[in-house]
Ligand binder design. Structure first.
Ligand SMILES: [Mg+2]
Length: 129
């Protein structure tokens, strides 16, 4: 079920963002993993192949939301966040869970990659944007 306007969704997104903005990326990763533990998602080993597939499934959900012309961020009648924004959040939550499980310091890796990318030429590799 979709809302009639984007107004409500904007308020919900702002509320969520204000809570998240006080966390470091490392703290967010820890929370993603702890919630996965609490909700029973770490009871069996998940291979990297399965992790990538599950991250991709969230990306596919984002695509389908966009194709269905849903607002970017909205909340359904049961209180569940919906839209591309929610699916992007799911991607980040899964990545946080799996990084912690694999012992990856995501904050370090993001900073390292941003620093490397800063030194690359404009549209490096000559590919289309
Ligand atoms: Mg999802």
């Amino acid at each position: 079920m979709q809302p009639e306007t984007d107004d409500v969704t904007t308020v919900n997104a702002v509320e969520a963002a204000s809570t998240i903005s006080t966390m470091t990326l490392g703290e967010m990763v820890a929370q993603c993993y702890q919630q996965a533990v609490d909700k029973g998602w770490v009871e069996k080993d998940v291979t990297v192949i399965e992790q990538v597939a599950l991250i991709h499934s969230e990306a596919s959900e984002a695509l389908e939301s966009w194709r269905d012309k849903q607002p970017l961020s909205w909340t359904d009648s049961e209180g569940k966040p919906q839209g591309v924004a929610s699916e992007y959040a799911d991607i980040l939550i899964r990545i946080g869970h799996y990084c912690r499980q694999l012992g990856i310091d995501l904050e370090y890796e993001v900073r390292r990659k941003l620093a490397f990318n800063a030194g690359r030429p404009y549209r490096h590799g000559g590919k289309r944007a």
